[in-house]
Design a binder for this molecule. Structure first.
Ligand SMILES: NC(=O)c1ccc[n+]([C@@H]2O[C@H](COP(=O)([O-])OP(=O)(O)OC[C@H]3O[C@@H](n4cnc5c(N)ncnc54)[C@H](O)[C@@H]3O)[C@@H](O)[C@H]2O)c1
Length: 378
């Protein structure tokens, strides 16, 4: 069913919800009207924010006032019945994603869930089972760095064969978060966030890695809590093997005063790198062809789509376009599960001291039910 004018709601009106509201407004501004502005649509789909819900009255009121949203609710059932959304953006802390998203899907409402989609593979599979298949209600995950033109160019060129086989990859999330950041009650705990920086920060970059390289086959990892006072890791390092034969080196740290996000893909015919922090533009990418491949590689890179920064607006534009076309949006269950499974694999390997394959994370195994496999700490 095509939805040119979807009614969008947000559950959880904290920090990231504000990024969502602004990104929605930016996309709606490009494509048509905003409900609050009451103007007539110009072209394509529009995305008015019709309702919000938060368990905390103060948060709810301040968000409603800031963004001019009339429908404010304390209960999910009220949001769904009175707000009548077509799409709910789930922006609550991670441990409630599963319950909120399931409530929406069971009411026939599609959901776009912030990362991490759930705090365990078990919860994730419950959600995937409630997904309506090809039609709504569907569930998708926010991984906004898939949607900048640099990543889309890289993915397209890799798929076209112009870069040759992928061989060696580096995926570094070396960020800095002080103790106060982890003093927020839900952060850095197994039961509320499902992990530390592997689950909460590096997951974005690992998702970019898998978006290009596809199925991972084995991971070996170490992790530890070196400097912050919290039960989860504050750093993890992993080696990952892929079905293609490619290998990757992954670092997830919140202990790195000079912050940087760095991904490097060495293919047979070129190195492609991106260096940025929290979001990239075209200028953050660098392509170095192998000797003899210069003309073909650089021409292919130059001719591919450009001009889109990574970020929520880039993903929302794709989501709204998919709704308008009556299609599922990108980052459906299979893709998000692969990324979540790599996070689970890193924890499983770090806790057990052995390499882990996706098969070892099957239902009934310890790291399927909980990211820490029931272990209290490292
Ligand atoms: N994609 C990104 O780059 C990015 C960046 C930051 C955060 N996030 C993710 O966004 C999510 C929220 O993070 P945040 O920093 O905005 O958190 P936050 O603590 O600022 O806001 C969460 C809000 O949810 C409300 N809430 C809690 N439980 C609820 C429930 N069951 N029902 C309704 N409301 C509830 C809280 O009252 C609060 O207002 C997390 O999953 C986080 O990982 C993603």
């Amino acid at each position: 069913m095509r939805q040119d004018h979807p009614r969008v709601a947000i559950v959880g009106t904290g920090n990231i919800a504000r990024v969502h509201a602004r990104a929605l407004a930016a996309v709606a501004g490009q494509t048509g009207q905003s409900e609050q502005a009451g103007q007539s649509g110009r072209t394509g789909q529009t995305a008015p924010l019709v309702a919000v819900m938060d368990a905390d009255e103060r948060q709810l009121k301040s968000f409603g006032t800031e963004f001019g949203v009339r429908g404010t609710y304390r209960e999910l059932a009220d949001l769904l019945s009175h707000g009548r959304p077509d799409l709910v953006l789930v922006c609550t802390p991670p441990s409630s994603h599963g319950e909120v998203a399931l409530g929406c899907l069971r009411a026939g409402v599609s959901v776009l869930v912030e990362k991490p989609p759930t705090i365990s593979l078990r919860e994730f599979d419950e959600l995937a089972a409630a997904d309506g298949g090809p039609g709504p209600p569907w569930f998708a995950t926010v991984f906004q760095h898939r949607f900048g033109s640099g990543q889309r160019r890289l993915k397209a060129l890799a798929a076209s064969g112009v870069l040759g086989r992928p061989l060696v990859t580096i995926c570094h999330t070396t960020w800095y978060r002080d103790q106060a950041y982890f003093d927020v009650p839900w952060r850095g705990r197994w039961d509320t966030e499902g992990g530390g920086p592997t689950m909460g920060h590096g997951i974005h970059q690992m998702d970019m890695l898998l978006d290009v390289l596809g199925e991972w086959t084995e991971v070996s990892a170490v992790a530890g809590t070196l400097a912050r006072d919290m039960p989860t890791e504050d750093v993890s390092l992993a080696h990952v093997r892929f079905g293609s034969g490619a290998v990757a080196s992954v670092v997830n740290s919140v202990l790195s005063p000079r912050e940087e996000t760095y991904l490097r893909f060495d293919f047979e015919r070129a190195t492609v790198e991106v260096t940025h922090l929290y979001g990239y533009g075209d200028d953050d990418w660098r392509v170095t062809p192998a000797p003899g491949c210069e003309d073909e590689v650089l021409a292919a890179w130059r001719d591919a789509a450009s001009g889109t920064r990574s970020g929520h607006a880039a993903q929302f534009a794709r989501v709204l376009a998919a709704l308008a076309a009556g299609q599922r949006p990108p980052v459906g269950p299979a893709e998000a599960r692969r990324t979540l499974a790599l996070v689970a694999g890193i924890y499983a390997s770090a806790f057990t001291g052995r390499p882990v394959t996706p098969g070892q994370l099957a239902p009934g195994t310890p790291f399927y039910g909980q990211m820490n496999g029931g272990n209290p700490a490292w």
